[in-house]
Ligand binder design. Structure first.
Ligand SMILES: [Ca+2]
Ligand SMILES: [Ca+2]
Length: 231
């Protein structure tokens, strides 16, 4: 037979266990949101990583950033996770390769970084073969009578960065006037006497040449003309 004391214990113990269980549940309930916040922050960090990985990471950057920021605000202990959220929030939907444009001609050098929005001094097209001279860039259409000093320290007329020096119009270099028809009176320019490094020797010449006369009297008449432009 169960004594009254034993019966009382039998009744009280389950009740205490029930209270303990409730208390445990209560504590657990308090912990659960904290754990959830930390997880949200971790998603923020993953979002930050998305900046580097490209298009597949871009969606992660936005969603992860928001979740991480919220966790950091609610819980001091999950501050680190919040920091991850900030990194995610600082990300953007689309990252571009931007190139430094020091001379402001709109074309950048090989110096690059990632940008999600336009920034002064940085452009989205590279290929400037001299980012210290705003007249020199791919696509330059003008011709120039004077060379610039290229990155190797020598003269160059390659103002459009294509590796060659194109002479304006149809200017022809005339070295001799051939008899007996004196080259039909053709006109052109004399090449510069001294080579200027790799420079096309017509570039910058100011000596116009015209073949004149006939037979033994055929000869070159020289005169001062506007300098031959190149690019
Ligand atoms: Ca430039
Ligand atoms: Ca050129």
């Amino acid at each position: 037979m169960m004594s009254s004391r034993t019966l009382a214990l039998a009744l009280v113990l389950p009740l205490t266990a029930c209270m303990l269980a409730e208390s445990y549940d209560f504590d657990g309930y308090q912990l659960a949101p904290g754990a959830g916040q930390g997880g949200a922050g971790a998603a923020g960090e993953a979002g930050a990583g998305g900046e580097v990985s490209g298009s597949s990471g871009q969606a992660g950057a936005g969603a992860g950033g928001e979740a991480g920021a919220g966790a950091g605000g609610e819980s001091g202990s999950s501050g680190q996770a919040g920091a991850g959220g900030e990194a995610g929030a600082a990300g953007c939907g689309s990252l571009f390769d931007a190139f430094e444009d020091k001379d402001g001609d709109g074309i950048g050098s090989e110096v690059s970084k990632k940008l999600c929005a336009p920034e002064a001094g940085w452009v989205f097209q590279k290929g400037d073969c001299h980012d210290g001279n705003k007249d020199v860039y791919p696509g330059q259409l003008s011709f120039f009578a004077q060379p610039y000093t290229d990155l190797n320290g020598g003269p160059s007329f390659d103002y459009n960065c294509d590796g060659n020096e194109q002479v304006t119009g149809a200017v022809e270099a005339i070295k001799v006037c051939n008899k007996p028809f004196c080259d039909q009176g053709k006109e052109g320019y004399e090449e510069n006497a001294a080579p200027l490094g790799k420079v096309n020797r017509l570039c910058g010449s100011t000596v116009k040449v015209k073949c004149e006369g006939s037979g033994a009297a055929c000869g070159a008449t020289k005169s001062e003309g506007p300098a031959v432009g190149c690019r």
